[in-house]
Design a protein around this ligand. Structure first.
Ligand code: PMV
Length: 308
C-alpha cells in the first residue's frame, strides 16, 4: 500500500494576468490537503474511490475526460504500464472544491505520487508537475500552471508561465486570513470571461495586466524585505484591478471590506474569483478579530495560515 499527500495553495498576487504571461505569487496552504492511497484489490482491474465526490467505480467505466480517471491513465501511460496491476486508488481531500485552494491540482499530485510509488517507479517533482499540468487542463481550460507548480513543490513560488520556477525569500513571516465566500466558482468560467474582455479590447486589458505584473514584482520585493505595510497596500491595489476585470463579486468585496475594517493591512480576492476565497494580510494580534469579522460578514470558513 502507498500513500501520498499534497497541500492546498493560495494565490497571493497576479491571478488572471498570469494567464497572459505576467508573473504571479502563490504559497502552499498546509492546513488543508489531499491524500491518495493505492492498495492491492482482489476485485480485479483498477478501482477509483473518492467518497468526497461520491465516486466508486472501475477505471474502465470512467469517461476519458473525468479528471481523476485521466490523471490515473496518464500515470500508466507515462510509465509505459499497459496492464496495470489490480488495485484501488482511494482519494480523500479536506480542500474545498472550486474555491481557489487548488483542490484539483492537489488531488492530481497526490494520486500521481502514490500511484508511481505503488508501481515501483517514483517520479521526480518535475515529472509529477508535468503530469499534473495536463490534468489541470481538464479543470481549467487554459491553465497557467501555477496551481500544479506550487502544490507539487510545496513552497512559495514566483511563477511565470513557461519559465523555470523560482522560489523567493520571506524576509519576515506573515499571516493570512483566508475567507471563503462559500460560493463555488469554476475557474474556467472566470478565465473565459476575462478572455472575452481581452479579445474585445486587447490594448486596454494588456495595460491592466502590465499594472498587475508591476504589483506582483513590488509585492515580491516587499515580502523579501519583510515590509508588511507595503505588502498590504499592494493587495488592495491588486484587488481594485481584479474588480475592473469583473472577476470579483459582491460577496468577495464584502469580505474584503470587512477584513480591512477589522484592521487587516490589506485584502484581495484570490484565484479565479466570482466566488471562492479572499485573503487578508493580518498582523498576528489582529488575526482573531479579522477572522471574526470575516465570519460576521458571512464567510463560510476562515483559515489562518502563517507563511514562515
Ligand atoms: O482559482 P484558482 O486559485 O485555481 O486559480 C486560478 C488562477 C488563474 O490565474 C485565474 C488561472 C490560472 O490558470 O492561472
Amino acid at each position: 500500500m502507498t500513500t501520498a499527500s499534497a497541500p492546498g495553495k493560495i494565490i497571493l498576487f497576479g491571478e488572471h494576468a498570469v494567464v497572459y504571461g505576467r508573473p504571479a505569487l502563490a504559497v502552499p496552504v498546509k492546513q488543508v490537503q489531499a491524500t491518495a492511497t493505492v492498495r492491492e484489490d482482489a476485485r480485479g482491474g483498477v478501482w477509483v474511490e473518492a467518497p468526497n465526490i461520491g465516486l466508486s467505480a472501475p477505471l474502465a467505466d470512467l469517461a476519458l475526460d473525468q479528471p481523476l480517471a485521466a490523471v490515473i491513465r496518464s500515470v500508466f501511460s507515462a510509465l509505459g504500464v499497459s496492464r496495470p496491476p489490480n488495485c484501488t486508488v482511494y482519494v480523500q481531500s479536506t480542500i474545498p472544491v472550486a474555491s481557489g485552494l487548488g483542490s484539483g491540482a492537489a488531488v492530481s499530485v497526490a494520486v500521481i505520487r502514490a500511484l508511481a510509488v505503488f508501481l515501483g517507479r517514483p517520479l521526480a517533482d518535475e515529472q509529477v508537475n508535468a503530469l499534473a499540468f495536463e490534468a489541470e487542463k481538464l479543470h481549467h481550460g487554459t491553465p497557467s500552471g501555477i496551481d500544479n507548480t506550487v502544490v507539487t513543490y510545496g513552497r512559495p513560488v514566483y511563477f511565470t508561465q513557461g519559465r523555470p520556477i523560482k522560489t523567493f525569500r520571506v524576509g519576515a513571516p506573515f499571516t493570512l486570513a483566508i475567507g471563503d465566500t462559500g460560493v463555488a466558482a469554476p475557474t474556467k468560467e472566470a478565465v473565459g470571461a476575462v478572455r472575452a474582455l481581452w479579445q474585445a479590447e486587447p490594448a486596454r486589458w494588456e495595460k491592466v495586466f502590465d499594472q498587475i505584473g508591476e504589483i506582483v514584482w513590488e509585492a515580491r520585493q516587499a515580502i523579501e524585505r519583510g515590509d508588511l505595510a507595503e505588502l498590504g497596500r499592494r493587495m488592495d491595489a491588486n484587488h481594485a484591478l481584479l474588480q475592473s476585470l469583473t472577476v470579483s463579486s459582491p460577496d468577495l468585496d464584502r469580505l474584503v471590506e470587512a477584513a480591512r475594517g477589522a484592521g487587516a493591512l490589506g485584502a484581495k480576492m484570490s484565484g479565479g474569483g466570482r466566488g471562492g476565497n479572499m485573503i487578508a494580510l493580518v498582523a498576528p494580534p489582529q488575526a482573531e478579530s479579522v477572522a471574526r469579522a470575516l465570519q460576521a460578514a458571512g464567510a463560510a470558513r476562515v483559515i489562518l495560515t502563517t507563511i514562515p
